[in-house]
Design a binder for this molecule. Sequence first.
Ligand code: ACO
Length: 380
Amino acid sequence: MSATTYPNYSPGLQGVVAGITTISEIDVETSSLTYRGINVHELAEHAVFEETAYLLLMGKLPNKTELAEFKARISNESVLPKEVIEALKQCPKNMHPMDRLKTVYSMLGAFDPDYKADPIDHDANVRKAVRIVAKAGNAVAAAHRISEGLDPIAPDPELGIAGNFMYQLKGERPDEFVTKVMDASLTLYAEHGFNASTFASRVCVATLSDLYSGIVTGIGTLKGPLHGGANEEAMYMLMEIDKMGDAEKWTRDALANKKKIMGFGHREYRIGDSRAAYMTKLGKEIGQRVGDTHWGEIANTMEKIMWDEKKLFPNVDFPSAYAYYLLGIPIPLYTPIFVIARTTGWCAHMVEQLDNNRLIRPTCIYEGPKVTAFVPLDQR
Ligand code: ACO
């Protein structure tokens, strides 16, 4: 079976246009990414994550008053109901943090004051979106602390989403540099067109289901190592390479054995991932600050070989892995951090979908047995 046998079939839906959006644009020629027309590098450099969240959800950058009001709203909405905290305490010890997050969001839907709202009520959907985004950092930190037998830490109303996440994770306020890195990293991870998890969320709500169901769908889809799970896998890989002590040999052997190298390659980009360059800069900067540049050196070696041999480049998950490691964040939380950021993109897309909805239902090619007579049970 091949795409040439079926001219209208593109495996993995590669190149298939599945919708129209005004939220973000990926320019594969220049490897650039814009959110509502604004370059993501400028947002990462000059804006806090809440500005990006506002831009994605409300369609424009906030002015000072709007930003202050939005931050206050996020702060008010960030607290998790006690029932959700109790549920987190019941989760099995070995449950992956992404699965804990699915549990959190499937419960949160029923606590939302707009739970019963019409699924196509735009204003109710935006209100839900703000509540979903507001709780994500708290949910990741609380789920982690509870899984470690620790009490969750209440959010600090003085801190934004990035600062609060680090505070609620570790129990101490992060310094300005760490907060800036987290703000930038969340901004880079916030939105990326019709990627697998966003598309899955859109498919979910297009049935006139609800935003919380779409978030659970998104989390489940992001979890896989071919998508968001790659940042965790990339770090385990870097640790394996570090232990072996020869990045060049490891990479060449991996390629010779046709191994997938986590954190490299992308379905859309051809010459580089727009977000990876900025995240690499941050990762190296953190390395300089904490006096540990060796992850960046391993990365340089791998990047050179991957480009020379396969014309493959790092995606954003590769530098994010060692950046988070250097910030002392536990590895199983790397993909959940992606969720904190991507709740914004998922919600913006789900609202867009429901504002102009049509059921998403593609077709498939049947290659099973030809029509044959039914054989009754006692004659089989
Ligand atoms: N390591 C080694 N070879 C690779 C890699 C990689 N990371 N990525 C692609 N290739 C090779 C494939 O083996 C294949 O080679 P072949 O034609 O000789 O068989 C060719 O490149 C095409 O690869 P596909 O997997 O078919 O490309 P696709 O567009 O379907 O996949 C994907 C894109 C999933 C991102 C892929 O590059 C990959 O698996 N990367 C590793 C996982 C990863 O980093 N995922 C994160 C994506 S970014 C994000 O979600 C934020």
